[in-house]
Design a protein around this ligand. Structure first.
Ligand code: IPM
Ligand code: MG
Length: 361
């Protein structure tokens, strides 16, 4: 197949890990006979430097004409966070891409990779075999609801609004149930319906959607309990469906439970096949340009691109198997070597090379 992929390299370690992901996708093309056309576009800090805005219209246009977008992390160092280059980068570039491309479903695959069991802060017998698909609503809720900041009765006041329309819940719920059918057929809806009316609406709409999926079990959990259950019994979850805000928080927790957010991919989807693929970690200014960054979260995001936007399941599995094989062989980037003498530390590029080598073997 022929596919057009827009590449947004991102800031700091972004270009380094994106380069490794492209190498891996090219190897997939070579092995399976596909041609991927990569077109670079800028957003985030890099776009601010080049155009003075975080999300140029030309980048959105490029994305709209592509089959998929591969994106690196955005953001600057803590010491520069008040600089206009970074101050609004999240809201303008990250939320901008999600909102303007209507990427309403964010999939975060939480897999306990056997080679990383020692990195989990949770006991092995509880995390072994964990495989959760988090489905996070991504373009509504408190991230996008009305916001105000004003002085009332002489005192500063700020309001963020958790606003959900039934249709916004329904479309992401349908996707969660469709995906559950390809897995263990269980959806756990996470909310806070003992306090929030928006969560009551979620429960009602999701229960209604569930009627169309009699073969899929629907369970409900309050978010405080879910955050605890993720630690004490993470294997009970198959598909975890939740709001934008709760999904943000729970996905970092889940990433820590499986050993490292450095290896966690994400897929942000809309209707049809188009999607945007990025790792869930940040741009790590402290290690940029030193061949130290772990490219695996980015490379696994590339695997998700193959799976969801291009429908290339076998190819996606091949990338994931190659990553596991290289980790199993003991190769690790610096973030995953801590205190271990039995592992072979490699750089960003070498990690990419090893994965490519395995794919072409
Ligand atoms: C994520 C990130 C973003 C979010 C930030 C950078 C705006 O934490 O993708 O999880 O909150 O969604
Ligand atoms: Mg987050």
């Amino acid at each position: 197949m022929d596919a057009k992929i827009v590449v947004i390299p991102g800031d700091y370690i972004g270009p380094e890990i994106i380069a490794e992901c492209i190498k891996v996708l090219q190897a997939v093309g070579e092995r399976f006979g596909h041609t991927f056309h990569f077109e670079e576009a800028l957003a985030g800090g890099a776009a601010y430097d080049a155009y003075g805005v975080h999300l140029p219209e030309s980048t959105l246009e490029a994305c709209r004409s592509a089959d998929a977008v591969l994106k690196g992390p955005f953001g600057g160092p803590p010491s520069e966070l008040n600089h206009p280059k970074w101050a609004l980068v999240e809201r303008e570039a990250i939320l901008g891409l999600r909102g303007k491309l209507n990427l309403y479903a964010n999939l975060r695959s939480v897999v306990m990779r056997p080679a990383l069991l020692d990195f989990s802060p949770v006991r092995r017998e509880r995390v072994e075999g964990v495989n959760i698909l988090m489905v996070r609503e991504l373009v509504s809720g408190i991230y996008f609801g009305p916001k105000t900041r004003e002085v009332v009765d002489g005192e500063e006041q700020a309001i963020d609004t958790e606003l959900y329309r039934a249709s916004e819940i329904r479309r992401v719920a349908r996707l969660a149930f469709d995906l559950a059918r390809t897995r263990r057929r269980k959806v756990t809806l996470v909310g806070k319906s003992n306090v929030l009316v928006s969560s009551v609406l979620w429960r009602e709409v999701v229960a209604d959607v569930a009627e169309g999926y009699p073969d899929v079990e629907l369970d409900y959990m309050h978010v405080d309990n879910a955050s605890m259950q993720l630690i004490i019994n993470p294997r009970q979850f198959d598909v975890l469906l939740t709001t934008n805000m709760f999904g943000d928080i729970l996905s970092d927790e889940a990433g820590a439970i499986v050993g490292s957010i450095g290896v966690m991919p994400s897929a942000s989807l809309t209707d049809g096949r188009f999607g945007l693929y990025e790792p869930i970690h940040g741009s790590a200014p402290d290690i940029a340009g030193r061949n130290l960054a772990n490219p695996i979260g980015q490379i696994l995001s590339g695997a998700e691109l193959l799976r969801y936007s291009l429908g290339l399941e076998e190819e996606a599995n091949a990338v994931e198997e190659a990553v596991d094989a290289v980790l199993d062989a003991g190769y690790r980037t610096a973030d995953l070597t801590a205190g271990r003498s039995d592992v072979k530390q490699v750089g960003t590029r070498e990690m990419g090379d090893l994965i490519v080598e395995h794919l072409l073997r």
